[in-house]
Write a protein that binds this ligand. Structure first.
Ligand SMILES: C[S@@+](CC[C@H](N)C(=O)[O-])C[C@H]1O[C@@H](n2cnc3c(N)ncnc32)[C@H](O)[C@@H]1O
Length: 239
């Protein structure tokens, strides 16, 4: 089965599937947090796992933006949308940009794609390597093990004039990973296509994440009320 179909073959439907999400409101909150925690003077911002660039769209007028993502199909859409930003292909656990940033963000639970604590440590170390003195890292957590509700079902509908998308998802835990099953019905140009896939995601405990952060000499804070009601934000700053 193809991995991460949503970010490859179905990338062109990503913005439809998440059309319910208020990226503009997210950006307002992110900017407030940056003002509160950033001590460095610059305005270089890196969005890790930037996807189709929806957050950058609302951050680009305040920051000099770079986006990084593992999937070319997502980057292609982001590049088209935001001409002024720099986009690079890379894995969050090992990307190398010869540059340091004042702000690094990694949002919408993307961090869960690293799956294991070992990879999470690699990713945080990598963020730290790319962070200026006085800079700030903002990571939007994914649901934690204790918050996981088995058999939970959800549905997203996009009812456009020329494209209609219905996605139904559910998830379960296997070998410590969350297996998020997703089924899509996509109607376009007189045809209806069906796709299904399973994403593998890590469920990380807040305390353990903050312990990893400490090892790199970063000071971590977890804010329970984040961008979405069930996901908090990790704020990391140099000590
Ligand atoms: C839920 S989407 C979030 C995208 C975007 N940040 C947003 O808020 O819409 C997850 C993103 O993580 C990317 N991704 C998955 N694994 C990754 C990795 N190891 N390194 C970098 N990006 C990754 C996917 O390609 C996808 O764009």
């Amino acid at each position: 089965m193809e991995k991460q179909l949503l970010y490859k073959k179905l990338a062109k439907y990503y913005d439809f599937i998440y059309s319910w999400k208020d990226y503009k409101k997210d950006a307002v909150k992110i900017k407030k947090l940056i003002s509160k925690y950033k001590k460095s003077q610059g305005n270089q911002l890196l969005d890790v796992a930037c996807g189709t660039g929806e957050h950058l769209k609302y951050l680009k007028s305040n920051f000099s933006c770079t986006g990084i993502d593992i999937n070319n199909e997502m980057l292609k859409i982001a590049k088209k949308k935001i001409k002024r930003a720099v986009f690079e292909k890379g894995n969050m656990t090992n990307f190398k940009l010869n540059k340091k940033f004042d702000v690094i963000i990694c949002l919408f639970g993307s961090i869960a794609y690293v799956k294991t604590y070992q990879n999470l440590e690699r990713a945080i170390k990598n963020f730290y390597k790319h962070l200026k003195n006085g800079g700030v890292v903002i990571i939007e957590g994914f649901i934690t093990n204790s918050e996981f509700k088995p058999n939970h079902l959800y549905m997203n509908i996009y009812d456009g004039k020329n494209v209609k998308v219905a996605r139904i998802g559910t998830s379960r835990i296997k070998n410590g990973l969350m297996l998020a099953e997703m089924c899509y019905l996509i109607g376009e140009k007189g045809k209806i296509n069906y796709f299904s896939e399973t994403h593998e995601l890590g469920l990380f405990d807040i305390g353990k994440v903050l312990n990893i952060v400490k090892r790199f000499g970063l000071k971590g804070t977890f804010i329970k009320r984040g961008l979405m009601k069930d996901r908090g934000l990790y704020i990391l700053v140099n000590r």
